[in-house]
Design a protein around this ligand. Structure first.
Ligand code: 26V
Length: 836
């Protein structure tokens, strides 16, 4: 056969391969895949190979790959599919999934076939990969965790639906203007989404507002909610294929539609804008992802989003359950609903309403069903991030839910009174209604009491939950809080992101590694093997060259791939202490300037992350990083030995480029504030050494990799608490540290902001007056830990040995392990990998 693109297209046109049948599924034959891609290009995209853009090739490839997934997917969801196993419904307002092409190719074992198929058409797979927009339907850790969990549930065979919102616009695109963050709208759907199936026939009416009517139904009082307003929730499904293509789950995202496309009356009056006004207002619900903020979510639209997706998801799963099992009494036997933070917690009173008002289930039974079905994950202890809603807003938007919440509260308080008579402090702390400063509904309390299990995301975080925010609820329900330390999918964060490292690891411990990441431990006896070190160093260097190229393109800064790449990538927040890292950078800069001719070791400080649009302090920290970068990078005394780069628009794809090139991983939050962290796991897996505080999952990383292979510094969570109680004085800490003093003086006096010398006066004075996150308290310890880093870096083989020991001992942080723990201890679901 003539293999030129045109000849192939003609051939395909004669024998179109529209759908991969069962015989085609799983084949890794490049020729067949090439025909399928060409068929999609021709019949679905409507382009010829000669005129196709890279994006067209991406769409055609994605559609061809999607076809391979669909047969298995439909099989698993067939109505006559044996006896359906218990399912998990993962409710999350965020799914930070990133690009999907390599996920699907890798899990189906088609990456090489796709590369070959496209190469035969003169198209490069890596360019096609870049044409896919990042699906950024999340803010950070919580959303990325949901995406890793979707991959792991499909991989270990936990039947699951992820439920969320199909935002038209995901997290804003971050631009830089003169070092200041600028937010631009993100438009991932502008060219369509080849992974999704629109299901306009799956739609549910979601009510808002109105009033509750009490009617007499056969002698019993019955409540009927008469909403003033209705919004339709329409389903869009993305199939999620697991490792080796064995299982396919569904990510079902809801989009808001107005029941009426326009007001004809207004249109006929000539009011064309007014004719669309209602529709625009209603559809704004799924318009844009809510950015996480330093201020509590106070806006009505956010509450509407929460109820919209919680209600649609519950209506959907209740309908499915009734079809399959007939009655709602058995719901907890067949359904586990996981609440990803409190954002979907309104689902608890919604299920109560469905049971009581729509299905006549008595209260006590309804409550048992509800608690048996729900469980809740907490992701933060920061008081400002704990959700609560003003009573008047709740009363107005969800009047029936408010009645149910009052009733839940009354019963819970009665139980509490029974257990601890006369303890009024306890009663006000476990009440669903916060009476301090404007009455509000506490969503954390609602999620806690409506769930049979509540989990933290690292051992330390879970302990702190028991001691702080949930202390009294924990005393009343001592078996409810459990720990489920987070994990990451190794398929994305090792195999896809770092193929060079993966190849070496497979050669060292065997291909079974891809099924069982704990096999990485087999590397341990080779930790000092010079040949292995060389191979790893070469792979790392190539990754660093690739990152250096990105830094040159985006920041116009040249960095030396042989320098130590010191990386801090995460949301910009005061508690994560990017400022501490910048202060140390300035200290090094001062030291180089003081003794320019000393043998300084080349290092590159790499930052990336977004700040919430209204978080002024975080945006100022970004500006400071950029100001320091500008001065340091262009100072001839530094001679390129220290470089600073703030890479704009951090997202999943940029993380995939940075993590394989990192030598040092910055995990330096104030102890007790970072619930877990997951970037820490990704970086350690890829061989970076961690410099970090005893916070979140760092504690468990240290337990596994050993004290000698991690740089731990600073106050512990307990010490932080004690210092704060005593009243911490930053002035004293600064007086005790000449290095820190010089650093703060130089920033305060405008050394890095000659165009506006007072720019950082407020920042530095604020730090001295009220150092909430104890940056100054930990500075010296951090500075010393950085010196230990450089001492080890000088000894290449000692460094590489520590690096190997990191990779070897973090297999436990696979999200497959996390999901198996949830399945066993929270959901009571049997994963198919456990089935005979
Ligand atoms: C808060 C808000 C409040 C305003 C509206 C939107 C919004 C969205 C998110 C949040 C809180 C985010 C909490 C979060 O992302 N926590 C992170 O969860 C990770 C996964 O468990 C964990 O690794 C991180 O340590 C933790 O910060």
């Amino acid at each position: 056969m003539n293999d030129t693109p045109t000849a192939l297209a003609a051939d395909v046109a004669r024998r179109p391969v529209r759908k991969a049948g069962s015989e085609a599924s799983g084949t890794t034959d490049a020729t067949k895949l090439r025909q399928e891609i060409l068929a999609e290009l021709t019949y679905s995209v409507g382009r010829s190979p000669e005129t196709a853009s890279t994006r067209d090739w991406f769409v055609a490839t994605a559609l061809a790959v999607r076809d391979r997934i669909v047969d298995r997917w439909l099989l698993e969801h067939a109505p006559d599919h044996a006896r359906p196993r218990k399912r998990v419904y993962y409710l999350s307002l965020e799914f930070l999934i990133g690009r999907l092409l390599f996920d699907a190719l890798h899990n189906l074992g088609l990456t090489d076939a796709a590369r070959e198929a496209l190469a035969g058409l003169g198209v490069e797979l890596d360019r096609v990969r870049e044409a896919e927009p990042d699906a950024a339907l999340g803010n950070g850790g919580l959303g990325r965790l949901a995406a890793c969990f979707m991959d792991s549930m499909a991989s270990v065979g936990v039947p699951a639906f992820g439920y969320g919102i199909r935002y038209d616009h995901g997290l804003f695109r971050q631009g830089m203007r003169d070092g200041w963050q600028q937010e631009y709208p993100e438009d991932w759907l502008s060219f369509g989404n080849p992974w999704e199936f629109a299901h306009p026939e799956i739609d549910y009416a979601i009510g808002f507002g109105g009033y509750v009517e009490q009617i007499n139904s056969g002698g019993r009082a019955k409540h009927v909610w008469r909403p003033a307003e209705k919004v339709d929730a329409v389903a869009f499904d993305i199939p999620v294929v697991g490792w080796r293509g064995k299982h396919v789950n569904t990510l079902r995202l809801w989009s808001a539609r107005a029941p009426d496309p326009l007001s004809l009356a207004a249109f006929n009056r000539g009011d064309y804008v007014g004719a669309l006004a209602d529709r625009v207002r209603v559809e704004s619900i799924s318009k844009v992802l809510y950015p996480s903020d330093e201020t509590p979510a106070g806006q009505e639209l956010r509450l509407r989003q929460e109820y919209f997706f919680a209600s649609a998801s519950l209506q959907d799963l209740v309908r499915r359950h009734l079809e399959e099992h007939g009655d709602l009494g058995s719901l907890p036997d067949h359904v586990a609903i996981q609440l990803n933070d409190t954002h979907p917690a309104i689902a608890i009173p919604e299920l109560m309403r469905i049971l009581i008002d729509l299905h006549d289930v008595p209260w006590a039974e309804a409550w048992l069903i509800t608690v048996g079905t729900f469980s809740y994950t907490n992701h933060t202890l920061l008081p400002e991030a704990l959700e609560s809603w003003p009573l008047p807003l709740m009363e107005r938007l969800l009047p029936r839910h408010m009645q149910i919440i009052y009733m839940i509260n009354a019963l819970e308080l009665e139980t509490a009174r029974g257990k601890r008579p006369g303890d009024d402090g306890l009663l006000s702390s476990v009440s669903l209604i916060d009476e301090n400063g404007g009455r509000r509904v506490r969503m954390g309390v609602l999620a806690f009491i409506g769930s049979h299990k509540v989990n933290g995301v690292s051992a330390l975080h879970t302990d702190l939950m028991k001691q702080t925010v949930f202390r009294d609820l924990h005393a009343l329900h001592p078996d409810r809080i459990v720990n489920k330390t987070n994990g990451i999918t190794f398929r994305r964060w090792l195999a896809q992101a770092n193929p060079r490292l993966t190849k070496i690891l497979i050669e060292a411990v065997g291909p079974e590694l891809l099924d069982d990441p704990e096999r990485l431990e087999l590397l341990l006896p080779m930790a000092d093997d010079a040949g292995l070190h060389d191979a790893l160093l070469n792979a790392r260097r190539e990754n660093k060259v690739a990152l250096a190229k990105i830094i040159a393109e985006r920041n116009d800064v040249w960095v030396d791939p042989d320098a130590l790449f010191d990386v801090q990538i995460k949301r910009i927040h005061e508690y994560k202490r990017q400022l501490l890292n910048i202060l140390e950078t300035v200290a090094v800069y001062n030291a180089i300037r003081a003794q320019p001719m000393r043998a300084w070791m080349p290092r590159v400080k790499i930052f990336a992350g977004k700040a919430a649009a209204s978080y002024h302090q975080a945006k100022l920290i970004i500006k400071l990083a950029n100001d320091v970068a500008r001065i340091v990078n262009s100072d001839p005394t530094v001679r390129g030995l220290l470089k600073v780069a703030f890479l704009p628009n951090y997202n999943v794809s940029l993380a995939e480029a940075i993590i394989p090139a990192a030598d040092l991983s910055e995990q330096i939050s104030t102890a007790g504030t970072e619930a877990s962290g997951t970037g820490n796991m990704k970086l350690a897996l890829n061989g970076a050494l961690t410099i970090g505080t005893l916070d979140g999952a760092n504690v468990e990383i240290r337990e596994r990799v050993g004290d000698d292979n991690i740089f731990i510094f600073g106050l512990t969570a307990q010490e932080v608490q004690a210092r704060k109680q005593r009243g911490f004085n930053a002035h004293a800490a600064v007086e005790a540290s000449p290095t820190l003093r010089e650093v703060l003086d130089s920033i305060r006096n405008g050394v890095f902001s000659p165009d506006d010398p007072s720019r950082y006066r407020g920042l530095i004075d604020g730090l001295l007056d009220n150092d909430v996150f104890l940056v100054t308290a930990d500075f010296d310890a951090y500075f010393d830990a950085q010196r230990s880093v450089y001492r080890l870096w000088r000894d290449k083989s000692a460094w590489m040995s520590a690096s190997v020991k990191n990779t070897a001992q973090v297999g436990w942080f696979s999200s497959d392990r996390t999901i198996l723990e949830y399945a066993k201890e929270i959901w009571n679901v049997q994963p198919s990998s456990d089935l005979a």
